[in-house]
Design a binder for this molecule. Structure first.
Ligand SMILES: [Mg+2]
Length: 340
């Protein structure tokens, strides 16, 4: 098979800030594999927090090139990816794994969700994230997405929690909050109690990624479900958080692809944990891959493309929170009309 890739710059409609990160733009690596008649596409949206950047993705793809070129069929590529295992280079691995799944769906003329035996009508609605900003701007952004039933509000240590109540009142939406590791355990216990009082639906990653004891303390004291995101990148990390939280956030770019994401969802369910499928700043290509397995999840946060001003692809859409999959085999994703 042939391997090619291209680095694309993704520009959000507005600067998006969380407690960990400010992004005016980000880069994705778009991967294409081809056997001469069939193609498959994937995407890596690398994150420095998980040890990756565009250069490391390109280095990974070049290390994998001989294996990809030697493979006659996408199933051989999947076997190579599975046999190598590990938790390094997750976004880079995800790009090839998504491309292999896309090609397989095209070969057997079926949309990806059907390969996983899922029903798109079981899909949860997607949240839309409101990034950190002044309370005035956050309220404006929340009003812009009026009609969405569930919003995710990004918080840090400094912001007054009353913004959550104001957004809830102004929009009538249910809200979840994401602290992105910002709070110490004692501070988190206090804040989560206040957020439960306000009536938030869940709280994501209140404390530092490696503070599992802190997570457990917050969860035990909380009257609202606590989910791990940064603390649980892959299925290999799930056992360490399983008794410390109520749910986990699953992202293809953290765990290395669709297979580990499905494994995480299955293990979580077996242990009575809730699940949310989330995203980085990604184009509709990787988002659509996530959307195909979203019927497995309790929550979806796949707003990355909705927040972009230059999405290079046409794929999943969000219609007032409802996730709409594209028609077609594999991912069903196409280059955006008019390009980007
Ligand atoms: Mg999160």
């Amino acid at each position: 098979m042939e391997l090619s890739y291209e680095i694309v710059e993704l520009v959000p409609r507005f600067v998006f800030r969380t407690a960990r990160n400010t992004s005016a733009s980000s880069e994705s690596v778009i991967v294409t594999i081809s056997d001469g008649s069939l193609t498959g596409m994937g995407e890596a949206a690398p994150s420095r927090f998980y040890g990756e950047d565009t250069e490391s993705v390109v280095a990974y793809l070049e290390r994998m090139r001989p294996g990809v070129e030697h493979a006659a069929h996408e199933s051989e590529l999947m076997a190579i990816l599975t046999s190598r295992g590990g938790t390094e280079d997750p976004a880079a691995r995800a790009s090839l794994e998504i491309a292999a799944h896309d090609m397989m769906g095209r070969r057997y003329h079926m949309p990806l969700y059907r390969h996983f035996d899922l029903d798109p009508s079981d899909m949860p609605h997607s949240t839309i994230s409101i990034g950190l900003d002044s309370p005035k701007v956050m309220l404006e952004k929340a009003r812009e997405v009026e009609g969405f039933p569930l919003l995710k509000i990004k918080l840090d240590s400094k912001i007054d929690l009353s913004i959550v109540e104001r957004i809830k009142e102004a929009t009538g939406a249910s809200v979840t909050v994401d602290a992105n590791c910002a709070w110490g355990p004692d501070e988190a216990i206090e804040k989560v109690a206040a957020l439960a009082e306000i009536g938030v639906e869940l709280v994501e990653q209140p404390v530092a990624a490696d503070d599992i004891d802190g997570l457990r303390r917050v969860t035990e004291s909380a009257d609202v479900p606590v989910y791990a995101d940064e603390s649980c990148p892959t299925s290999a990390h799930l056992p360490r958080v399983a008794d410390a939280v109520d749910g986990i956030v699953i992202k293809l770019m953290k765990c290395g692809g669709l297979l580990d994401a499905v494994r995480m969802a299955t293990l979580a369910r077996e242990r009575g944990l809730g699940t949310m499928i989330g995203c980085m700043m990604e184009s509709s290509l990787a988002l659509t891959a996530s959307a195909h397995i979203a019927p497995l999840m309790d929550y979806a946060d796949l707003d990355g493309g909705f927040l972009l001003s230059n999405d290079p692809f046409d794929g999943m859409r969000i219609d007032r929170g409802r996730i709409v999959l594209p028609e077609g085999d594999g991912l069903g994703v196409r280059p955006a009309v008019g390009g980007a």
